[in-house]
Design a protein around this ligand. Structure first.
Ligand code: AMP
Length: 187
């Protein structure tokens, strides 16, 4: 089963992705983590993306799509993909459709965790203390939210008419969101 977790930064996609990985024996495909790993390892890609990431801007579709391909086409991960933070643009959504199609896969569920701006700011401030992420300061949070509204929200139109698209109130407690997801999965 392949699942896309969709929503603004701070919506709880990572938390729910980790839950689903355990439950379904799946693989979390967090493009944010994949990109942070490139920076940590100081690769050529890492050097190219560090300033964009620290400023809360998107990394180019070319770079993200190329890093994603290895995961989607990995036979070990087939039908066990839990996407967290991808796709974030229409081009990425179309790229994902193509890659899945090529490997005879599909998206089984899309969960849109919907959260308002005020809740996001409060949550990311807390995460900054817990995880000390360099892109979690207030200016960057606001920039990331604006980028989400401009570039990522249009992806909703791409998905929202699908029968496997489900909107969930992401301001609920973690357990309540998990329960909601479980109800839709019915497994
Ligand atoms: P995240 O950990 O998902 O909040 O992502 C952290 C940062 O990584 C974002 O603010 C972007 O700079 C970058 N990033 C993560 N995923 C993507 C993506 N799918 N497309 C472009 N940039 C991304």
């Amino acid at each position: 089963m392949n699942i896309v977790l969709f929503g603004p930064p701070g919506a709880g996609k990572g938390t729910q992705a980790r839950y689903l990985v355990k439950k379904l024996n799946g693989f979390q495909i967090s493009t944010g983590d994949i990109l942070r790993e490139e920076i940590k390892k100081d690769t050529d890609i890492g050097k190219k993306i560090i300033s964009n990431m620290n400023e809360g801007k998107f990394v180019s579709d070319e770079i993200v799509n190329s890093l994603l391909k290895n995961h989607v086409c990995d036979p070990r991960k087939k039908e066990k993909l839990i996407f967290d933070g991808y796709p974030r643009s229409l081009r990425q959504a179309k790229n994902l459709d193509l890659l899945l199609n090529e490997s005879n896969q599909k998206i089984d569920f899309i969960f849109f965790l919907n959260v308002n701006k005020e809740t996001i700011i409060e949550r990311i401030k807390k995460r900054k203390i817990l995880e000390n992420r360099s892109d979690d300061d207030l200016d960057t949070i606001l920039k990331r939210y604006d980028t989400y509204i401009e570039t990522t929200r249009p992806v909703l139109d791409h998905y929202s008419k699908n029968l496997n698209f489900h909107e969930i109130d992401g301001s609920m407690e973690i357990d309540q969101i998990t329960n909601k997801i479980d109800t839709f999965l019915n497994v």
